[in-house]
Design a protein around this ligand. Structure first.
Ligand SMILES: *Cc1c(COP(=O)(O)O)cnc(C)c1O
Length: 477
């Protein structure tokens, strides 16, 4: 398997290995990596995947994407380590809400949100490839809350990585802060910055722009545009679909969407042969994607804070991967469309692309009122607490199901544990959800807080002083 950049417009585009894609994240031309070709599994191929453990399924699915970078035995070992950390033996269990609607619980990982499912495995893959190459990288990133803790949890104690996560001091929730500051690992640092999230992002950008520092510390990122993360997210679509009767019976999914990474993985699961009838994306009031599907116009609007903060996004970076397909894999056309988008705030109209996109996805916008109503209604009807992100998926699923009389099972993704958003759950249901034991423990753990001024120089000095840099064959067995 080789990969292309979505912005490579040459007649004979360059191809890249999985190792390159994993380590680089972003292509050099600013594009995102996508598989050059995907061979679909037939019915027998899908049936052979039914009934496997989650870790085994993950190893087999990743093997379709990793080319020569990993053999199946190594993938199995990494996958068993990654998913052995989860608090539920099924890793991603299905819970039935009513005769047609199911929840897929993606919050049983170390930080109680779905990003653990990909990051736990990808962190290990990163470390394995670096160890093999005798390399060491320094990961820096900025977080407004959730991704930071998932990245720290994924990179902690890895020999070939150090990780520094910047967060805005006093501007994230206590649970979010404790999830980062109680990580007790010699290579993982949560840095409280005396500033806003935007300040943190500006500092990270400035660190990457400093060529000397970048080379000296081999700066890297683990953001959601890394294709390895997308690939790891395909696994739970297959797990849920097979459990509900695929390939004999089709299945639909409803996905609470921000950066378009999760729902794009569903699109790839369908390309691999999983019979997906409807792929529904739910957005909060930051509804650029739902508006695009409805009207064909993709126009940027200011970000409005909502009850589902991990979806408060206007520019969904992973949409570029779909755009590449909609434009018949013409990298030049993608680069031109995105440049116009950056300059004017609107994607140039393209009726044919829009019609295709509408055939692939349904989109529904769910505002805060409907989010709270759905949380209350789900608790009343089924006795199940759901967090606001999950509520967007459940509401979008119900809207979609109201429009058809079929019987295809609909799986809504539960992307965060309700106890991560206790205020919203209490507002909707009158009850404060209990912390699961893993989170309750956080209250007693010692916090390690490093407070730094809102200053690039100060952060650069701290990172330089604490990063371990390359050591020959570090971590190689
Ligand atoms: C990141 C996140 C989302 C959005 O997922 P995308 O892949 O960015 O579309 C939804 N819910 C939660 C809880 C998240 O952390």
């Amino acid at each position: 398997m080789r990969y292309l950049s979505t912005r490579d417009g040459r007649a004979d585009p360059a191809t890249h290995t999985f190792e390159d894609v994993l380590l680089a994240g972003l292509a050099e031309d600013g594009g995102l990596y996508v598989p050059q070709g995907l061979a679909a599994l037939d019915g027998a191929g899908l049936r052979a995947l039914a009934g496997l453990s989650y870790a085994e399924l993950a190893a087999r699915v990743m093997a379709l994407f990793t080319g020569e970078a990993f053999d199946i035995a190594e993938l199995r070992r990494l996958s068993e380590t990654a998913y052995g950390n989860f608090r539920h033996a099924a890793v991603a269990p299905l819970v039935q809400l009513d005769d047609r609607l199911w929840l897929l619980e993606l919050f049983h990982g170390p930080t109680l949100a779905f990003k653990d499912l990909a990051l736990q495995l990808v962190g290990l893959m990163f470390d394995a490839v670096l160890a093999r190459q005798g390399e060491h990288v320094t990961i820096v990133g900025a977080t407004s809350g959730d991704t930071g803790s998932a990245a720290l949890a994924a990179c902690r104690d890895k020999a070939a990585l150090d990780i520094f996560m910047l967060y805005p001091e006093g501007r994230i929730s206590e649970v979010q802060r404790r999830q980062m500051t109680t990580v007790d690992a010699a290579n993982a640092y949560a840095l409280a910055i005396d500033g806003t999230f935007d300040d943190c992002q500006d500092i990270v950008k400035a660190l990457f722009a400093d060529r000397r520092l970048r080379r000296e510390l081999k700066l890297s990122a683990v953001n959601s545009i890394n294709f390895a993360r997308v690939a790891a997210q395909i696994v739970y679509y297959l797990a849920a679909g097979l459990a509900l009767g695929a390939p004999a019976r089709p299945v639909s999914f409803s996905v609470p969407t921000g950066n378009f990474g999760n729902v794009y993985a569903g699109h790839l699961a369908r390309a691999l042969g999983l019979p997906i009838e409807r792929l529904v994306l739910g957005t909060n009031t930051n509804d650029i994607l739902a508006r695009y599907l409805e009207t064909g116009a993709m126009t940027i609007a200011p970000v409005v804070p909502s009850l589902s903060p991990s979806m408060d996004i206007q520019v969904a970076s992973n949409f570029e991967r779909l755009l590449f397909e909609l434009k018949d894999r013409n990298g030049g056309a993608v680069a031109a469309a995105l440049q116009a988008f950056r300059q004017t705030g609107a994607l140039p109209a393209d009726e044919q692309s829009w019609r295709r996109a509408r055939g692939m996805f349904a989109g529904h916008r769910v505002d805060d009122r409907m989010t709270l109503d759905t949380m209350a209604d789900t608790y009343r009807r089924s006795g199940v607490f759901i967090d606001p992100h999950t509520a967007v998926a459940v509401a979008a699923a119900r809207i979609e199901m109201a429009g058809d009389s079929g019987a295809t099972p609909m799986v809504a993704f539960a992307t965060a544990h309700p106890a991560k958003f206790p205020d919203a759950v209490e507002r909707a249901t009158g009850i404060r959800p209990a912390l699961p034991p893993a989170l309750a423990l956080l209250i007693d753990k010692r916090e390690r807080i490093t407070l730094l001024p809102n200053d690039v120089g100060a952060v650069a000095r701290f990172v330089r002083a604490h990063a371990r840099r390359t050591q020959p064959n570090l971590g190689a067995a």
